[in-house]
Design a protein around this ligand. Structure first.
Ligand SMILES: Cc1cc2nc3c(=O)[nH]c(=O)nc-3n(C[C@H](O)[C@H](O)[C@H](O)COP(=O)(O)O)c2cc1C
Length: 373
């Protein structure tokens, strides 16, 4: 498979795999695609070690990194809030609602002295140090979600020969990213897992290609989990596909085992776009957690980053006990796209990649057969 972008990046298949799991990055790269490591859920201390771990295993194959760099969040107009200022902004009604919800589901408290992990800073400037560290590594691509890449990221990318990508859920986002200097636009449709807009991939991708395709490479994202969908993405004008959900049920993925099981059982209609985990609309598995937040008699989710700050301890309690407490299992969920309905078996990353390639070849042959002599 050749697309100009794949050739430029030196990858065999224009398949970009967004993942928080380093093993998935390695396996995708080794199978000829490009693993893109989502660094938002990693501590900065551990991050360098993770990158080195990946680099030791993929040789000189390229890999990418992805950061959440939201432009709009609570306090963004004044450079963000510190931890205690954030805590002051969380209403007691919200804590009470979650205390009651978890109590009704019999979710035990965390053991004394347990920590719920690091709270990550939001906003491009607060992450500048992390981005500078990332550029010291042999990355081939750096992506920013939830806003255009800041000018210093574009400049450093140019200096170091690293492609800068940005996710877009509308044509306007795509134009803004390209005007900011992005080399790659990931046109991500409504069906995608994680933060997502309201326009479907089928409709969004050709519009984005028409608007910016002469200035940037466009990747199709959202609802792509097999070779027919990959072929469709290329047919819409994209130079490759960017997938996130399909890796979550692979052997290598570190998805919570209970959530992995729920993903394997879920149908096409079992996801919901909800602000309940991050404060911004993100597609995730429907569960007793999302149902409770959807109920109009309950409080509305808070804006980012208040909502993740509010929910992290409750989420830690749910995840810690989902394997042996029925109520926690009912509440447990995670980000995933509509394609979860097609993820019915645990497979290795390599076999997912092979299936993509084989089905792409079969589909092209089938389409070729439709051509009149
Ligand atoms: C579990 C999960 C977490 C995600 N987190 C991020 C993220 O931190 N940054 C980002 O740019 N995209 C994130 N996304 C979106 C993916 O980059 C990708 O665009 C999306 O998964 C594509 O749609 P699909 O889920 O149908 O494959 C996430 C997606 C999932 C499923």
């Amino acid at each position: 498979m050749h697309t100009p972008l794949a050739d430029e990046l030196g990858i065999e298949f224009p398949i970009f795999a967004f993942t928080h799991c380093r093993d998935v990055v390695v396996e995708v790269c080794k199978a000829g695609g490009m693993g893109v490591f989502g660094v938002a859920a990693h501590s900065t201390d551990g991050l360098e070690a993770e990158l080195r771990w990946i680099e030791e295993r993929i040789g000189d194959r390229p890999y990418g990194v992805d950061l959440l760099l939201p432009t709009k969040f609570a306090g963004s107009d004044r450079g963000g809030f510190d931890g205690s200022q954030l805590d002051e902004r969380i209403p007691e009604t919200h804590r009470k609602f979650l205390d009651d919800l978890l109590e009704r589901h019999g979710v035990p408290q965390l053991p004394e002295g347990s920590s719920v992990g690091e709270q990550f800073a939001v906003g491009a400037d607060s992450q500048r140090e992390v981005v500078e560290m990332l550029f010291e590594h042999p990355i081939g691509l750096i992506a920013s979600a939830l806003g255009p890449p800041p000018p210093w990221m574009i400049e450093t990318g140019r200096e170091k020969g690293v492609k800068v990508a940005a996710l877009a859920g509308t044509v306007e986002h795509a134009v803004r990213h390209v005007e900011a200097g992005a080399d790659i636009v990931v046109a991500q449709g409504y069906e995608a897992g994680g933060h997502t807009g309201t326009i479907s991939t089928m409709v969004l991708v050709p519009e984005v290609v028409d608007a910016v395709g002469d200035r940037a490479a466009v990747l199709a994202a959202g609802g792509i989990g097999n070779g027919r969908q990959l072929t469709a993405g290329l047919a819409l004008g994209a130079q490759g596909v960017w997938c996130g959900s399909v890796w979550l049920t692979t052997e290598e993925a570190e998805t919570h085992p209970v959530v992995k099981e729920k993903f394997l059982e879920a149908g096409l209609g079992d996801t919901v776009r909800s602000r309940s985990l991050t404060g911004k609309p993100a597609r995730q598995l429907r569960s007793a957690w999302t149902d409770a937040w959807e109920d109009e008699s309950n409080p509305d989710p808070l804006p980012m980053p208040l909502q993740p700050r509010l929910t992290r301890e409750y989420q830690a309690r749910i995840n810690r006990t989902a394997h042996n407490n029925a109520g926690s299992k009912q509440l447990a969920n995670y980000f995933v796209g509509q394609v979860v309905g097609s993820m019915n078996h645990v497979k290795s990353v390599r076999s997912v990649m092979e299936e993509f390639a084989v089905e792409y070849a079969d589909t092209m042959e089938r389409l070729d057969g439709f051509m009149a002599e």
